[in-house]
Design a protein around this ligand. Structure first.
Ligand code: NOJ
Length: 717
């Protein structure tokens, strides 16, 4: 359809029909027959089936057959025809790959893109039109459960990951939605849905950067977030929703609220009535209301009485129709639904292989005192609550099925082609106290050469509404690990988590720690390959690992203070007084941003710059020799950081500006190049300009944000 025809559709609608176009209800069950039965939250709004079928879009999706039959019966029958199904396809649809945080640790945008395409293909063939992804909220606080959905603490890298996901979704035939706009990741103390207070500069430089970067790939939608920002709910923030997103950034796609957020304007103490919630949201630029019925209840009357202009209403409705048009749904409402193809692509061997590769590249080897990789001849005992657990696919696992995942035990046994001794030892539950399984586990460990213990956090202890005040591995498992340690056998910990967990208490008792996040359907196979060296670890963590909850939020791109400590130690131990830090804790994280070991080793040397001075508008090139000095082939991610030493607004101690993931055979050496541009040196200066200031800069290169080579250069006029 052309724009004229779409506008005609809008003008033919009644006010009630327009309001329903802007209303999205969740449908948790649609029966196999064409007449759908609505269950779940819809009942709350008093919505009957007839009304539901007149809404513009649907939250959640049935399967392809039902989607097809619903669309067929709807065809030509109502103004709402056609309607898209929107679903949270976050890290896979049926073939689940590791959670987004783990995917970001791969530092492989091609792989991220391929995985997103796989998810989109499986989903679109099964009737899904739009996914609510990518989530690019900055994740600096490990207490916040939703860090698992994002790409970690670096704004540049979050943007790169978000862009790759969008490209993949588009390749796979679905539209997508950047979320949660804006600043949601800064929730106070990591408490879910909580207040954020972020200065404009901080917002622009750190929190907004990834959302903005995503615009380059033309996402169809943006989702507003739940949080208050500087005292106002986002849905009341014209400055963010209209002035910034629409006017300054020029986004012209659909803006949808998060679930129930329009109604929550009341809970926030911002709007006194439902009617006012509707007025505020539409005036702030919101198009679709998700999960509540405030628009449907009040918009027609607000327009009739002249409080809200019909023009504004029409603008929002037109955007929704334009989205459907872009999806090709007016020509063919079922353009991508394809049952035969779905059955071929779903959980296909190639999809599983891709997901397995993501496990291999996204897992992070945090420690290895020479015990990994395991020898196939070694007699291992496999213990711990996640050793034979299928619930490792991660939160927000689309239509993934727990029982379709491969456990570590299954993966190891299929690799070794034999059974391995296994005992669970204890449960993963947070407040578990039952130690009765310890003894059996100790018994099999005593007979083995080495112990592989699969421990950590259950997949439902991270994600939406799953913040944690204590980010350590649950107490029962810490006790279990201590008991295993007492057996004096080499101890390998395979750690599951949707966030970087606080590992400092157990770290010293482990001979190796492989951090596998929530690895998805192919978890057990990917982990087995890593443990036995069929794959070499190369993941680099995109969140600093706090030593304790008390360090949160902690991130590498922070500022120094006027009183930095001379040595990184708790003051009570070092005796250093009146310095920045804690009496009882280190300032540094246990493992820094960008950290991750391999089974081989890399050496950086001969760090050079093409010139020590860089003129405005020109470029200089840095390079470094990177050598694989170990005995195995492997990937290394060389990371480039810049520090602006003195500026009108103090700059972070390091900022990631580029990276290169390189494959080097054992003994091989390559020179890695990095071009420095003036653009990279820009920030919001004291005068409010986005510009680079002349003066001295430090340039770092290394395999993580802590252990780097350093050189200096100068920007001159
Ligand atoms: C609430 C979540 O915050 C959001 O991320 C998700 O997309 C919606 N619910 C829809 O499920």
């Amino acid at each position: 359809m052309n724009i004229k025809e779409l506008k005609k559709l809008v003008s033919d609608m009644s006010l009630e029909e327009k309001a329903l176009q802007l209303t999205q209800y969740p449908v948790y069950e649609l029966d196999e027959k064409t007449e759908a039965v609505v269950t779940g939250l819809c009942d709350l709004g008093g919505i009957d089936r007839e009304v539901l079928w007149r809404t513009g879009t649907i939250l959640n999706a049935p399967n392809g057959e039902t989607a097809q039959s619903i669309r067929k019966t709807r065809r030509g029958k109502g103004i709402a025809d056609p309607f898209p199904f929107m679903l949270d396809v976050i890290h896979g649809y049926r073939t689940i790959y590791p959670v987004p945080l783990a995917m970001a640790c791969t530092f492989n945008t091609a792989l991220i893109e391929d995985c997103a395409e796989l998810a989109a293909t499986e989903a679109s063939c099964d009737g899904v039109d739009v996914t609510f992804s990518p989530m690019v909220d900055l994740g600096r606080d490990a207490r916040w459960g939703r860090v698992m959905e994002g790409a970690g603490e670096d704004p540049y890298w979050s943007g790169e990951v978000g862009k790759a996901m969008i490209r993949g979704y588009h390749r796979g035939g679905i539209a997508c939605c950047v979320k949660h706009f804006a600043g949601y990741g800064a929730a106070e103390a990591g408490r879910e849905y909580n207040t954020t207070d972020i200065s404009e500069r901080n917002l622009r430089e750190y929190y907004l950067r990834a959302y903005r970067a995503c615009l380059k790939e033309q996402p169809e939608m943006f989702m507003s977030s739940f949080n208050l920002l500087n005292g106002k709910p986002i849905l009341g923030h014209k400055e963010i929703m209209l002035d910034l997103l629409r006017k300054e950034w020029g986004f012209n796609g659909v803006v949808i609220s998060d679930f129930g957020a329009v109604e929550e304007l009341y809970e926030h103490g911002y709007c006194e009535t439902g009617r006012d919630c509707a007025r505020v949201a539409i005036e702030s630029g919101l198009d679709i209301e998700m999960g509540s019925s405030v628009y449907a209840s009040y918009l027609p009357e607000l327009v009739r009485t002249g409080v809200v202009s019909e023009e504004r209403l029409d603008e929002a409705v037109l955007r929704v129709l334009e989205l459907k048009n872009k999806l090709g749904m007016y020509e063919n409402p079922d353009r991508f639904t394809d049952i035969q193809k779905r059955d071929e692509v779903t959980l296909s061997e190639s999809g599983r292989a891709l997901s397995r590769r993501a496990v291999e590249e996204g897992s992070v080897l945090l420690k290895n005192d020479g015990v990994l990789p395991l020898k196939e001849s070694a007699k291992i005992a496999l213990v711990g609550p996640f050793a034979d657990e299928h619930e490792i696919i991660g939160n927000w696992a689309g239509k993934g099925r727990i029982e379709e995942s491969v456990t570590v035990k299954e993966g190891v046994e299929s690799l070794l082609q034999k059974n391995v001794p296994y005992e669970r030892g204890c449960s993963w539950k947070l407040f578990e106290t039952d130690e009765s399984g310890f003894e059996e586990a100790e018994h099999i460990c005593a007979q083995a050469d080495m112990i592989v213990a699969c421990v950590g956090e259950h997949m439902m202890n991270s994600g939406e509404a799953h913040s944690r005040a204590d980010i350590r591995i649950p107490e029962i498992q810490r006790k279990f690990i201590m008991r295993l340690h007492e057996l004096e056998k080499p101890l390998v910990l395979v750690v599951f988590g949707g966030r970087p967990l606080g590992l400092s208490e157990i770290e010293e008792f482990a001979d190796a720690i492989l951090y596998v996040w929530q690895p998805g359907t192919e978890g057990g196979n990917g982990i087995a390959n890593l443990l036995y060296g069929k794959a070499t670890p190369c993941g680099k963590t995109v969140m600093s690992f706090p030593r304790s909850s008390g360090q949160c939020p902690i991130y590498y791109n922070c500022f120094t203070t006027g009183r930095p400590k001379k040595q990184d130690m708790p003051s009570a131990l070092s005796g250093e007084e009146w310095r920045t830090g804690y009496d009882d804790e280190y300032n540094s994280p246990l493992y820094p941003f960008g950290y991750g070991l391999s089974y081989t080793e890399f050496e950086y040397s001969d760090f050079k710059l093409s010139a020590a001075k860089m003129k405005r508008g020109e470029k200089i090139v840095a390079s470094v020799k990177l050598k694989n000095v170990g005995k195995r082939d492997g990937y290394e991610t060389a990371q480039w950081y810049i520090h602006d030493l003195f500026a009108s607004i103090v700059r972070p101690v390091k900022e990631l500006k580029g990276y290169e993931k390189i494959f080097l055979k054992a003994g091989e050496e390559k020179r890695v190049y990095f071009e420095i541009t003036e653009e990279m040196l820009k920030f919001y200066t004291d005068g409010g300009k986005y510009a680079a200031e002349t003066g001295a800069f430090e340039l770092y290169v290394g395999g993580n944000s802590r252990d780097c080579l350093k050189t200096n250069f100068e920007l001159v006029d």
